[in-house]
Design a binder for this molecule. Structure first.
Ligand SMILES: CC(C)(COP(=O)(O)OP(=O)(O)OC[C@H]1O[C@@H](n2cnc3c(N)ncnc32)[C@H](O)[C@@H]1OP(=O)(O)O)[C@@H](O)C(=O)NCCC(=O)NCCS
Length: 147
């Protein structure tokens, strides 16, 4: 895992396109790269192939942290990559002093929900009709980090 740079954006946007009905655009990633010190955009690079196989973006603001995006290239899913990355990020967030980490997920996204539940996240509340294309509620999931 290393910090995302402008040259990474085309690979990241391609993984987005393969992962979401409403993918983030290159401008959004550029904004995250320069939104310091709030945003932490990282790419996941294959150790031997040296290619970008995923990305994660989270925000840390004092005692609150938010995971805004995690996506793994379809060719590298179900290999434990997202779980390893999330564990590393949760550790970093905890060391930075955050007490609560939250994220948003579609109820229909079984893969992501299972991942978050495995890591100890719980549904805190539901935001009605939050997503479009297709329209769906958002589950706001959270995990308290004991210091
Ligand atoms: C969700 C996502 C990031 C998971 O990445 P991944 O690297 O394949 O996940 P892992 O291999 O680390 O899996 C870890 C755990 O997640 C859960 N999981 C992952 N994929 C799953 C699937 N297709 N079905 C059910 N559970 C799944 C399982 O609990 C798994 O643990 P297990 O292997 O012991 O069963 C990936 O599917 C993805 O990029 N999806 C598209 C983007 C997305 O939806 N991001 C989340 C937005 S909220």
């Amino acid at each position: 895992m290393r910090r995302m740079e402008e040259e990474d954006i085309s690979s990241v946007v391609e993984i987005e396109r393969l992962s979401y009905p409403n993918p983030w655009r290159d401008m959004t990633f550029r904004g995250e790269i320069y939104n310091q010190p709030v945003s932490f955009p990282f790419v996941i690079v294959h150790k031997y192939q040296k290619r970008i196989i995923g990305h994660i973006i989270f925000w840390c603001i004092k005692e609150r942290a938010q995971i805004n995006n995690i996506a793994i290239h379809p060719d590298f899913r179900r290999m434990g990559v997202a779980e390893a990355v999330m564990r590393k990020v949760l550790d970093q967030i905890k060391k930075a002093g955050a007490e609560l980490v939250t994220l948003e997920v579609r109820p229909s996204n079984v893969a992501a929900r299972s991942l978050y539940e495995k890591l100890g996240f719980e549904v805190l509340w539901v935001r009605q009709n939050y997503y479009s294309n297709p329209r769906e509620d958002a589950l706001i999931m959270g995990k308290f980090l004991s210091q």
